[in-house]
Design a binder for this molecule. Structure first.
Ligand code: C5P
Length: 285
């Protein structure tokens, strides 16, 4: 019996542009994914003398048993690698889900990497990752940040300057498929400016060239969610009062505000705590 303990980091999206609905039902998009120090903790145990998968969850609520992506991940890996044995997973959740921070996908990638080490299998993790979720390939790469395109599988690592950040969850439940469905049904509601505005965050060459941060961290989901979820609207308003360097992560409803110094981030966290159900301070990796 052997156990590995691993960390599964959250990511934030420094700008997110939805390009189009594809024929397979997914959307092609463009974004900068940046991992942060907020993470889930996972321990994976392989026991060659048993069979089946067991999962113990703690921390922030996460679905148990087969409804959790880590369960499906372990099952898919063991089948693909043709390995018999039992897998026990202990998952301590710190990343809210749904949150737009890729928590579930990061957990899946961490379990794949742990199982590969535990079994010495040479099975192709990337092909498994793509079947588990669009963001899993990014986390499998274990790069701090990347320019992401396609459905999430076209990845080019990028170097970003270090930043401090405060994460704010609006408290609303916005599953990713619901957010994409809104986009499909209501893209006509969006102003031209929102659809094709300057994705300064994607122009990563401009980062820190005399500027504190990209001025606009546009996210195509923001306008759609703001008009339908009061908590999202309130979070956006509050952050606008605080700084220009804020954005919505993924399909929400977690927002981030970026700061150069720890002192500024601490002050912002103090200001926001109590106003929103979940406020956490972290840093880029
Ligand atoms: O791939 P993942 O399981 O994370 O996606 C969840 C849902 O989000 C998909 O079923 C799809 O509705 C939507 N999605 C999408 N385009 C992407 C990523 C996700 O339409 N690039």
């Amino acid at each position: 019996m052997e156990t590995l303990s691993v960390e599964a980091p959250a990511k934030i999206n420094l700008g997110l542009r939805i390009i189009r609905l594809r024929s397979d039902g997914f959307h092609s998009l463009e974004s900068i994914f940046s991992t942060v120090t907020l993470s889930d903790r996972i321990s994976v145990t392989l026991n060659r003398d048993t069979v089946g998968i067991s999962l113990e969850c703690s921390g922030i609520f996460s679905p148990g048993g087969k409804n959790n992506l880590v369960w499906k991940t372990a099952e898919t890996f063991m089948n693909a690698a043709s390995i018999s044995g039992g897998v026990t997973i202990k998952l301590h959740k710190n990343i809210p889900s749904p949150g737009g921070m890729g928590g579930g996908s990061s957990d899946a990638a961490a379990v794949l990497l742990a199982l590969q080490k535990l079994t010495n299998s040479t099975v192709d993790l990337l092909s498994i990752a793509e079947t588990l979720g669009s963001d899993v390939p990014f986390f499998l790469l274990q790069t701090p940040s990347a320019h992401v395109k396609g459905r999430g599988e076209i990845l080019e690592p990028v170097q970003l300057p270090h930043f401090h950040c405060v994460l704010v969850h609006s408290g609303e439940n916005i599953p990713t498929p619901m957010a994409f469905k809104l986009w499909d049904e209501h893209t006509g509601d969006l102003t031209e400016a929102c659809r094709i505005s300057n994705y300064t965050a994607l122009n990563f060459g401009a980062w820190h060239e005399g500027k504190p941060f990209p001025v606009k961290l546009d996210n195509h989901f923001l306008t759609l969610l703001q008009s339908r979820f009061p908590g999202v609207a309130r979070t956006a308003e509050e952050l606008t009062r605080l700084t220009v360097n804020w954005g919505l992560s993924g399909s929400g409803p977690t927002f981030y505000a970026l700061f150069r110094s720890e002192a500024e981030a601490k002050q912002a966290k103090e200001h926001l705590s109590g106003k929103f159900p979940w406020v956490v301070r972290c840093q880029s990796r």
